[in-house]
Design a protein around this ligand. Structure first.
Ligand code: FES
Length: 167
């Protein structure tokens, strides 16, 4: 499939999501739910797990707003992401207990091994790295999670071993 037809398919999927958002609002509740730029962004993110650039344009068109209006809302909320997530999430805790158990050292090592230096995706799209302020398993600090599955006694080596086992 060439880039143009992929892009057209993406846009038509986005329009379908926005139209169903509109239909839901008129059927579901009384008084009807209000369709807003925010509700459109949430629907797109629920479906794609991120907000493609094309969605910003389609939402602006759908809501009769400017692209800047839509970006203004999208960029205000930190929960929106603007690039596709990796196949697996890796969350490394850097909360107080993990911090005193060496989390910073682990983070530095993982940044180096994965070739990234912030919360983002690896180049191969396999891993989305995120930081957590407490994963709720402080007794096993330092802690990390793969796809929300918690693993304690973290080290750079055992995190990398876990990543290598992921298909
Ligand atoms: S501070 Fe890391 S699990 Fe609580």
């Amino acid at each position: 499939m060439n880039t143009n037809s992929k892009n057209n398919n993406l846009r038509s999927d986005i329009r379908e999501i926005l139209n169903s958002e509109n239909k839901k609002s008129s059927k579901e509740s009384s008084p009807p739910k209000t369709v807003t730029v925010l509700s459109c962004l949430l629907s797109v993110q629920d479906n794609f797990h991120y907000i493609p650039d094309e969605a910003i344009e389609e939402i602006a068109d759908f809501m009769d707003k400017t692209i800047n209006d839509v970006w203004g809302v999208a960029s205000f909320y930190t929960n929106f992401r603007f690039s596709p997530p990796g196949s697996y999430s890796l969350d490394i805790c850097w909360g107080p207990t993990c911090h005193i158990s060496g989390a910073q050292e682990i983070l530095r090592g993982i940044h180096k091994k994965l070739g990234i230096d912030t919360e983002t995706e690896t180049k191969d799209g396999k891993i989305s790295l995120g930081y957590s302020t407490c994963l709720g398993a402080c007794a096993q600090a330092p802690v990390y999670a793969i796809d929300h599955h918690l693993i304690g006694n973290a080290s750079v080596e055992n995190i990398m071993d876990t990543i290598k086992e992921l298909k």
